[in-house]
Design a protein around this ligand. Structure first.
Ligand code: UDP
Length: 441
């Protein structure tokens, strides 16, 4: 297809940027040249993650958000952004529309791929006659849920086992998307608007892809999952020390605990997780994030009581390298979609503790695939130390862990075997949309 040029615009969150970067690498392997457009603070994160071999095919474009007093430049990303400022970030992003118009006019890309949260950018591309494709950075199961509620409100959702329980939680995502002023113009959907890339694979949620395609309204195209050979990033001394510590642990003995890049545990949740880990008796690595200005701390004396049994990482951990390590036997995760896919890739059973947004649905999807146990909350919906400890013990100590691991390894093999074929599908759709444009002019 020659060196066609694609501009990409991800939403400003690591959880969105990571799959965009993944797609950029996959497309660059297929001969495309990619420009990723984002705020400088996000670009510095992206830059670190681009392996040397892509230096001539993946480029970065700075998008400068306006100077709003309540949104200083270090808030030009959702990571560490207080939740009440998310709307302001959306507002600031929309204000870049003229600048983005200029960027596309200058770059004149052949094609544009944008985050479904940033529908306004597709309008800009369309005004310049640049064909585009939307990317929904999570899975088709979640997309089918929102699709159903937009297009068939009031009708029963066809997959009740997966969703009913999590309706309220998922609604929160719905509201965030609504607040982003995503206007779904049901009457003006063209054939090409129906294509949606999703960050998933047929082996994981194929039945939801089939459901969506069967509606005739959404043509879902999975990009497949990430290949770990592209996992880069320099290890500092703390990371090296951590991996050496992990080396001394026995196979599948240790749980990795992380709630992603955006969620901060409350004081009570911090207590429950810490006590749950203590009670479980398992070895662990726990990534702990503290929000500036909040009085949340680890329980008094926790580190001393734990000693060599556990490692606390404050801030950022080399997650993929940790998950890849044979000593890891379980992943206590919030079920952010990237973390979930990484768990699949490295064959690590999931101990699911979803917090918000799409996470409860991701957790259910993984339980449905037989690769996760869900940690029940107490009668008030709060985390509970005893339940946390019990589930960790099941996965680390008894055959539950072995059974989950077998299924996880199978799932990993299946997604790997579909990787190239699924990317063929993505390239075919891009080609189709390019041809459509050519024929129309
Ligand atoms: N991540 C990491 N180190 C950390 C925390 C997160 O490398 O200490 C990475 C993780 O590997 C994943 C991404 O950040 O790729 C988090 O994305 P996810 O969708 O799981 O959760 P979110 O951060 O969006 O809630």
């Amino acid at each position: 297809m020659g060196k066609l040029r694609i501009v990409m615009l991800p939403y400003l969150a690591y959880g969105h940027i990571t799959p965009f970067l993944e797609l950029a690498k996959k497309l660059s392997n297929r001969g495309f040249t990619i420009d990723i457009c984002s705020s400088p603070i996000n670009l510095s994160f992206i830059k670190e993650k681009i392996p040397e071999k892509y230096s001539s095919s993946i480029h970065l474009i700075e998008l400068h958000l306006p100077n709003l007093p309540e949104l200083p430049p270090h808030h030009h990303t959702t990571n560490g952004l207080p939740s009440h400022l998310k709307q302001t970030l959306f507002k600031a992003l929309k204000m870049t529309k003229p600048q983005f118009h200029q960027i596309l006019s200058d770059k004149k890309p052949d094609f544009f791929i944008y985050d479904i949260m940033l529908l306004w950018s597709a309008v800009v591309a369309s005004s310049l006659n640049i064909p585009s494709l939307r990317f929904y950075t999570v899975n088709a199961a979640i997309f089918s849920y929102f699709f159903h509620f937009y297009f068939n409100p009031g009708e029963e959702f066809p997959f009740p086992a997966l969703y009913m329980r999590d309706y309220e939680q998922a609604k929160m995502t719905h509201e965030v998307v609504d607040d982003a002023e995503v206007e779904v113009d049901k009457d003006n959907v063209t054939e090409s608007d129906k294509f949606v890339l999703v960050h998933s694979s047929k082996s994981i949620d194929g039945k939801y892809m089939d459901y969506l395609c069967g509606t005739g309204q959404a043509k879902v195209v999975p990009i497949g999952t990430q290949s770990p050979e592209d996992d880069v990033g320099n290890l500092d001394n703390i990371d090296m020390e951590l991996l050496e510590w992990l080396e001394k642990k026995t196979e599948h003995s240790t749980v990795y605990v992380s709630f992603g890049s955006e969620y901060f545990l409350t004081k009570e949740e911090m207590e429950e997780v810490a006590s749950g880990l203590e009670l479980s008796g398992a070895d662990f690595i726990w990534v702990v994030r503290f929000q500036k200005g909040e009085q949340v701390e680890l329980p008094q004396g926790f580190k001393e009581r734990i000693g060599e049994r556990g490692r606390i990482i404050e801030g950022w951990a080399p997650q993929q390298r940790i998950l890849k390590h044979p000593s890891i036997g379980g992943f206590v995760t919030h079920c952010g979609w990237n973390s979930t896919l990484e768990s699949i890739e490295f064959g690590v059973p999931i101990i699911a503790m979803p917090m918000l947004y799409d996470q409860p649905l991701n957790a259910r999807l993984m339980a449905e695939n037989g690769v996760a146990v869900e940690v029940p909350r107490d009668e008030n919906g709060n985390l509970d130390r005893v339940n946390i400890a019990e589930k960790i013990k099941h996965v680390i100590r008894d055959e539950t862990g072995e059974n989950l691991r077998k299924k996880m390894n199978n799932l990993g093999e299946n997604v790997r075997s579909q990787r190239e074929e699924e990317m063929d599908g993505v390239v075919d759709v891009i080609q189709l949309l390019l041809d459509e444009k050519k024929n129309a002019t």
